[in-house]
Design a protein around this ligand. Structure first.
Ligand code: ATP
Ligand code: MG
Length: 637
């Protein structure tokens, strides 16, 4: 077995040889004649001259060996439905969908915007786009009209695919009126709208524009739509970042590089084997959903679970904090992918639920999206008794930048660290103002990537080459490197620790502190379930830290004596761990924290509220009541 160190070194020193060998993991219609074209940095083209298809690699090529094996398992605890599509059946559905889109005028290069709940039809639509060479742009189904409208105007889709409704926690969310309102707000208008009717909410159809899925599918029941072979560099899709730090950016991705990157990551990182089942609890509206609900597992010949519903609701609609574990047992899931925020929700459930199911099929749980705090990691790792593999990446990267590649060489994880740089990523830490490379263990710097970025990485910002270069590649004076906008340190073994975002640093009386470090200290308190720390402007010290804490026992939040005691305990903890400068000026207890719809803390908004400023763009925020609570708590400071 090769050591990971050698594997990694080859990827950086001989990228052409390395990636040419990884490219064998997928089918090519025409072989490429150049592996990496980096003549025009920072733009990279992978596998030029080659032609392939994401849809062929995800679906058609498996027909020979596994036509009757499960491919897509669509489960909704919202509607109590569960349906498995084999690879053969998936191909039929994707061709019907492809034929329907073509009938509506969609051709190669056209955009199709997908605004859908987590139902099988959404995956059919994505794969159908890949099949005919249309560019899909999935917009998270939970977004309201304003967010949707701005994305419609940016993507200018020829067709929009949607549904009557989604459902969340048993409550029906009608999508069609939201879409109609978005189309009233947007200046761009699509030629057609294709609608799946789940019969959850009434739908008014606009004559000539709106079409029912069932009608079109009837007409194209036995459609044969061959895969369109695309240039490796052809755009497969665009997707927007979460908008945690401001206006979301339209990330654009290629075809061949992405297919290779996913195939390689399924093998080297996720250790997913054909015939097995993969369960990612993310949403198709996020990058994890694109890479590891739809394309990655299918390319690897695995069955993939697509789940609509909460982690705490059973198939009968009643509360059930064990629903995910029951699915692991039932479908013999071998690899599971979720987010720390979901695990924190489960942590508030009865721990016995983890022992109730046979989870012996599971080899690892992968978590990504935000910092994984040690107590959460320990809790789930002890409960499941499998490795918990943190992985750090971004919408921009498409697949993990830092993690552990157990498929190459088994390595231990370290609590608090997502791991080491993945093959193809030339990760560096730079001094924030001088741009000097930091090489000593424990030095804190900005995490950057040296080009060329690996296959699967974003090509550019959709319709924004200049913005791409300006936003990501020009932040360090005199050096063209890609900035992740995250802080990190590296230890003596080469493991990285992400300390938070570069705009999450606060300056207390001349001391620079990462909010993440303070949060990490506070979350170690046994009563704490979740915490957010932000800097607040202070006349004397420049800034002071403010901590907002969600307690495991929500009742204590109302108990002022307990709050006072806990505030003291938490401050003392921070004093001990980090020193008195890091001690929060106030600790306030709330029952929920404001987050983006993808579960990331909206520190930017909390900070604005603390300082009495306008909270800015809140279109991606999940729960307005949570921000209101902060407002109320700050008012009483
Ligand atoms: P925007 O760029 O629009 O502000 P965003 O950065 O939240 O939004 P994403 O691309 O969804 O959008 O999130 C990527 C970011 O999430 C990373 O840059 C990092 O800050 C954080 N992140 C992701 N995974 C991890 C992880 N394993 N550990 C720590 N942080 C993580
Ligand atoms: Mg970002």
């Amino acid at each position: 077995m090769t050591s990971y160190a050698d594997f990694y070194r080859q990827s950086i020193d001989q990228p052409d040889a390395f990636w040419a060998s990884q490219a064998k993991l997928i089918d090519w219609h025409r072989p490429f004649d150049r592996v990496c074209n980096y003549d025009n940095p920072p733009f990279v083209s992978w596998f030029e001259g080659g032609q392939t298809s994401l849809c062929h690699n995800a679906v058609d090529r498996h027909l020979a060996d596994r036509a009757d094996q499960a491919a897509l398992i669509a489960i909704s605890s919202e509607t109590g439905t569960e349906k498995t599509y084999t690879f053969k059946e998936l191909l039929v559905e994707v061709q019907r969908m492809a034929a329907s889109l073509k009938a509506l005028g969609v051709a190669k290069g056209d955009r199709v915007l997908i605004y859908m709940p987590m139902i099988a039809e959404a995956a059919f639509a994505m794969l159908a786009c890949a099949r005919i060479g249309a560019i899909h742009c999935v917009v998270f189904g939970g977004f309201a009209s304003g967010s949707l409208a701005s994305r419609i105007d940016d993507a200018t889709p020829k067709v929009i695919v949607s549904a009557d409704a989604g459902s969340r926690g048993g409550k029906v969310v009608a999508y069609k009126p939201l879409l109609d309102e978005a189309l009233r707000l947007s200046s761009h208008q699509p030629e057609a709208v294709l609608l799946a009717d789940r019969k959850l909410a009434p739908m008014a159809l606009v004559a000539g524009r709106d079409h029912l899925w069932t009608d079109l599918h009837e007409q194209h029941c036995d459609a044969q739509v061959p895969c369109e072979w695309l240039d490796s560099t052809a755009i497969s899709y665009t997707i927007y970042t979460s908008g945690t730090t401001g206006k979301p950016k339209g990330v654009q991705r290629d075809t061949g590089g992405y297919a290779v990157a996913l195939a390689a990551s399924m093998k080297h990182i996720f250790d997913g084997r054909a015939g097995e089942t993969y369960f990612s609890t993310s949403d198709i509206g996020w990058v994890v959903g694109h890479s590891y609900i739809v394309y990655g597992p299918l390319i690897a010949g695995m069955a993939t679970i697509m789940y609509e519903g909460l982690p705490t609701q059973g198939m009968d609609g009643r509360p059930n904090g064990g629903i995910w574990w029951s699915l692991v047992e039932k479908y013999r899931v071998t690899a599971m992918f979720s987010a720390p925020t979901a695990v924190r929700v489960l942590k508030k459930q009865d721990p016995a639920l983890l022992k109730k199911y046979d989870l012996s099929s599971l080899r690892a749980l992968f978590l990504a999206g935000e910092p994984l705090d040690e107590p959460t990691a320990r809790w789930i790792s002890e409960g499941l008794n499998v490795p918990i593999i943190d992985n750090y990446w971004q919408t921009e990267s498409g697949w993990p930048i830092l993690t552990i590649a157990n498929g190459v060489e088994k390595k231990p994880s370290k609590f608090g660290s997502p791991g080491v740089p993945m093959y193809g990523y030339n990760v560096k830490l730079l001094h924030e103002s001088t741009g000097e490379e930091l090489t000593r263990p424990g030095e804190k710097g900005v995490v950057v990537l040296e080009g060329p970025t690996p296959p699967g990485f974003m090509q550019t910002i959709w319709k924004g080459d200049d913005r791409f270069v300006e936003t990501y590649w020009k932040t360090v004076p005199g050096r063209m490197v890609y900035s992740t906008f995250d802080w990190g340190i590296r230890d003596a073994d080469g493991y990285y620790f992400i300390l938070g975002r570069t705009d999450d640093v606060i300056n207390v009386a001349g001391h620079r502190l990462g909010t993440r470090e303070i949060e990490e200290s506070i979350s170690g308190h046994p009563q704490v379930a979740e915490v957010a720390v932000v800097g607040m402007a202070d006349a004397l010290k420049g800034q002071v830290a403010m901590a907002f804490v969600v307690l495991k026992d929500a009742a204590l939040t109302q108990d002022s004596a307990a709050s006072l005691r806990l505030e003291g305990e938490i401050m003392k903890r921070v004093d001990t761990d980090l020193g008195a400068v890091a001690r929060p000026a106030r600790v306030r207890f709330v029952t929920a924290l404001p987050k983006t719809r993808s579960g990331k803390l909206l520190r930017r908004a909390i900070q604005a509220v603390c300082e009495g400023r306008d909270a800015g763009d809140l279109t991606t925020m999940d729960d307005p009541a949570a921000l209101q609570q902060i407002r109320d708590r700050v008012a009483t400071v």
